[in-house]
Design a protein around this ligand. Sequence first.
Ligand code: PLP
Ligand code: COI
Length: 339
Amino acid sequence: MDSMDWANLPFGYMKTDYNVRSYFKDGKWSTPEATDSEQITLHMAATCLHYGQEAFEGLKAFRGKDGKIRIFRMRENALRMISSCEGILMEKLPIEIFEESVIKAVKMNERFIPPYESGSSLYIRPLLIGTSAQVGVKPAQEYLFVVFVTPVGPYFKDGFKPTPIVILRSYDRAAPLGTGTIKVGGNYAASLVAGKKAQELGYSAVLYLDAKEKKYLDECGPANFFGIKDNTYITPKSSSILPSITNKSLMQLAEDMGMKVERRQIEEDELATFEEAGECGTAAVITPIERIDDIEENKSYVFTKNGEAGPVCTKLYNKLRAIQYGDEPDKYNWVTVLD
Ligand code: PLP
Ligand code: COI
């Protein structure tokens, strides 16, 4: 591990020592157990393979200056996984199993938690799949819950550096009454083509508009959107976006900094009035937005000067990171400190 370049990790998979698994069978969940296998053996008619009975989560553990390990807002991820289960009729994963598995996976892979100075973290990926056979479109009777971890650097390659994103009007990620508010694999499959197109055009992400009217901002492929103007933090309200735990945290922090917070519909044209804009999420943390191009409409909205992050994005980023790494008091009990 001494040879690891902790400060320059990509956001990607790296094999660690263990993952933790729990099985739902005959009406009950098994005690979470660790394995060193990276493989899963599946029935070929498993519902996760055919009918998308699959939900995942993403959270992070951080190594503090004091050497302690902190997991950020684990309970929120457990609750969101339950809401994903309800959304696609999977057996609801108990909060206790979620939390026990996450803690076990982090502790058993402690040597993979990047050191404090590196600015990297341990990404935790809980996954729930329907494993028993169905051929008719019906939910599975049996489920597998797995938690693996992998050390990561920033999701967008330049980290806290403004990045250009694009509106692609010919693609939707999620329908207004569909599965956009839950974290299921199908939403990400639906975003792959647009995501590839954005990359080919030189953008780091797609900013989706609402699918019905193509008028309001929804969110980015892997992160929520927020804009800043007149000392106000503004983020979209929509029935097709994922309720981001990072965004929820930033709304609180913005309020604590004396800003107004608005969660409401945002028309695309309003972008022209924002002083700053950003993407936020577990993987993205805060990624400032350099500019947004609506290429079909030939419009462009610019949010940065000299390619630098704005003052509000910077302040929010520093505050969030300070809580996550334990540099500042955790006054809302967002952090689970492991012993
Ligand atoms: N939106 C989408 C579509 C995501 O995949 C994610 C990542 O989890 C987010 C937003 C950010 O959510 P969170 O802050 O809970 O990680
Ligand atoms: C996360 O931020 O945890 C995500 O899940 C985003 C992406 C990697 C899917």
